[in-house]
Design a protein around this ligand. Structure first.
Ligand code: NAD
Length: 437
C-alpha cells in the first residue's frame, strides 16, 4: 500500500514508521524543513524508545521517505493520513487551522481517488468539515476516515504495533476495507478494529482521554485528602485498584497530568459540550484539580521554608511530563521551575532526555546537569518531578552528602517514607505523611 503521513511529529513519525515496518511504502511529510533535513540525515528529532532503529531499517530498505513536498507525496499515495497538531486555541477549543490547511493542500494535490484519514485528535464534525474543504478545491473522488490514535509517548512503538483496539470511523465500505487491510498486521493478536461512524470515532478519542484524566485528578484529590486526615494513599490506591471493577491503571497520585494531549483534550471536550449546551461539570473540576495539583510541590517547599525561597538552591530530577520521552509540553516541571525562579531561588536541573527541550524554555535561567548527582551540590532540597526508572534506586548516601540538608520533596512517590526516615531524610511524598521532620 502507498501511504503518506502529513505531519511528522510524535504521532506522524511513529505511525509512518510502523506502517513502513509492515511493508507499506510510506512518505512522511512536514512543513518544518529542519525536521525533514534532520530525518534525511539519519537524525531523529524526538526521543522515543526503539524509534531510531526502526526508522533506520525502513529507510535503508527504501520503504520510508521524508519530504517537504506534500503534493508529490499525495500524488504517489492512495491513503493520506493527517497527523498535524491540534493545539489548544485561545478559547479552549482545538485549534483546527493545521488540519484544515493540510486537508486543503491534499485536496489540491489529488489526481484521483484518495482516502483522507484524520489521525490527529479532532472534535466531532471535523470529518464533515474536511470533506467540505476538499470538495471546495477538488473534483476528484475521495473518502474521509476518522482514525484517532491512542499511543502513549514513551511506549509509542509498542502501542502502535500492538494496539488494544483500532477505531475507524467512516461512511464508505471501500475506505473501511482499506483501513482494515492497513491495520491487519497490527491486530493479529485479536485486538478489534472497531468500525463506526465518523462522529463516534472522533468522540471516542476525547472520551477516552477525558476518562483517563479524570482518574488522575480523582486519585490526586484522594491523595490530598489522605495527607489532611492521616491516611496513606499508597495503601489506599492498592485497596481500591485491586477491585477488578476499578483496576490500578492511572491511579498514581503525583504532580498532575501534562503532555500534549490530556490538558488540551479535556479543555476541547469541555468546549464541545458548552457548544452543545451541556456544561461538562465533571471535566471542569478535573481540569481545575489538575492545575492546583501542579502547584502542590511548590506549595510544600514554600511552606517548609516559611515562604522565604530567595537565594535558596533547589535540585530538580525530571523535566519531561513523564518518563521515556523528551516531551515537556504542559509538563508540571515548567510551572514549578517558574514559581521557584519567581520566588528568587536558584534551580539546578537534570533529566535523562528532556534537557535540550528545557534549554529552549528556560535559556540560562536554570543550571543544567547531565548527571543527576551533579545537580545536588549544596542544594537546600531535592525535588523529584518525573518518575524516570533510573531515579528509583539512587545512592542515598551520595544524595545526603551532596545536599545542604537531607531534604526531599517527592512529587512521584518513588520511595518508601519509612525507609527514608531510617536513612535520616526529611521526606515529603504525595498523599502520604511526611517523615523525618
Ligand atoms: P507534533 O506537534 O509533534 O507534530 C505535528 C507536526 O505537523 C509538526 O512537525 C508540524 O510541523 C507538522 N505540520 C503542521 N502543519 C503541516 C502541514 N500543513 N503539512 C505538513 N506538516 C505539517 O504533534 P503530535 O504530538 O504528533 O500530535 C499530532 C496529533 O495527534 C494531535 O492532534 C495530537 O492531539 C494527537 N495525538 C498525539 C499523541 C501524542 O502522544 N503526542 C497521542 C495521540 C494523539
Amino acid at each position: 500500500m502507498r501511504i503518506c503521513v502529513i505531519g511528522t511529529g510524535y504521532v506522524g513519525l511513529v505511525a509512518g514508521t510502523c506502517f513502513a515496518e509492515s511493508g507499506n511504502e510510506v512518505v512522511c511529510v512536514d512543513i518544518d524543513e529542519r525536521k525533514i533535513e534532520a530525518l534525511n540525515g539519519g537524525e531523529v528529532p524526538i526521543y522515543e524508545p526503539g524509534l531510531e532503529e526502526l526508522i533506520k531499517r525502513n529507510t535503508e530498505e527504501g520503504r520510508l521517505e521524508f519530504t517537504t513536498d506534500l503534493a508529490d507525496a499525495v500524488g504517489r499515495s492512495l491513503v493520506c493520513f493527517l497527523a498535524v497538531g491540534t493545539p489548544q486555541g485561545d478559547d479552549g477549543a482545538a485549534d483546527m487551522r493545521y488540519v484544515y490547511a493540510a486537508a486543503e493542500q491534499v485536496g489540491r494535490a489529488m489526481d484521483g481517488y484518495r482516502i483522507i484519514v484524520c489521525k490527529s485528535t479532532v472534535p466531532v464534525g471535523t470529518a464533515a468539515a474536511v470533506k467540505g474543504i476538499v470538495e471546495g478545491v477538488s473534483e476528484q473522488p475521495f473518502d474521509v476516515v476518522s482514525n484517532p490514535e491512542f499511543m502513549k509517548e514513551g511506549a509509542a512503538i509498542e502501542d502502535f504495533l500492538k494496539p488494544d483496539r483500532v477505531v475507524v470511523g467512516c461512511a464508505s465500505e471501500k475506505a473501511g476495507a482499506v483501513m482494515q487491510d492497513i491495520y491487519a498486521p497490527f491486530v493479529r493478536g485479536g485486538a478489534p478494529i472497531l468500525l463506526m461512524d465518523n462522529p463516534s470515532a472522533e468522540m471516542t478519542k476525547y472520551a477516552a482521554n477525558a476518562l483517563l484524566a479524570t482518574k488522575i485528578s480523582f486519585i490526586n484529590e484522594i491523595a490530598n485528602l489522605c495527607e489532611a486526615v492521616g491516611a496513606d494513599v499508597g495503601k489506599v490506591r492498592k485497596g481500591v485498584g485491586t477491585d477488578s471493577r476499578l483496576g490500578m491503571d492511572f491511579l498514581y497520585p503525583g504532580l498532575g497530568y501534562g503532555g500534549s494531549c490530556f490538558p488540551k483534550d479535556v479543555r476541547a471536550i469541555i468546549h464541545t459540550a458548552e457548544n452543545a449546551g451541556l456544561p461538562f461539570t465533571l471535566l471542569h473540576a478535573v481540569d481545575e484539580i489538575n492545575d492546583l495539583q501542579k502547584r502542590r510541590v511548590f506549595e510544600k517547599v514554600s511552606d517548609h521554608f516559611d515562604g522565604n525561597l530567595k537565594g535558596r538552591k533547589f535540585a530538580i530530577w525530571g523535566l519531561a511530563f513523564k518518563p521515556r520521552t523528551d516531551d515537556m509540553r504542559e509538563a508540571p516541571a515548567i510551572g514549578l521551575i517558574n514559581d521557584l525562579l519567581d520566588a528568587g531561588a536558584e534551580v539546578h536541573v537534570h533529566d535523562p532526555e528532556a534537557m535540550d527541550v528545557a534549554r529552549g524554555l528556560f535559556d540560562g535561567r536554570v543550571s543544567y546537569h547531565s548527571k543527576n548527582y551533579d545537580a545536588l551540590d549544596g542544594a537546600d532540597a531535592l525535588l523529584v518531578v518525573t518518575e524516570w526508572n533510573e531515579f528509583r534506586h539512587p545512592d542515598f548516601d551520595r544524595i545526603k552528602a551532596a545536599l545542604k540538608q537531607p531534604l526531599i520533596f517527592d512529587g512521584r512517590n518513588l520511595w518508601e517514607p519509612a525507609d527514608m526516615a531510617k536513612m535520616g531524610f526529611a521526606y515529603f511524598p504525595i498523599g502520604r505523611q511526611p517523615v523525618g521532620l
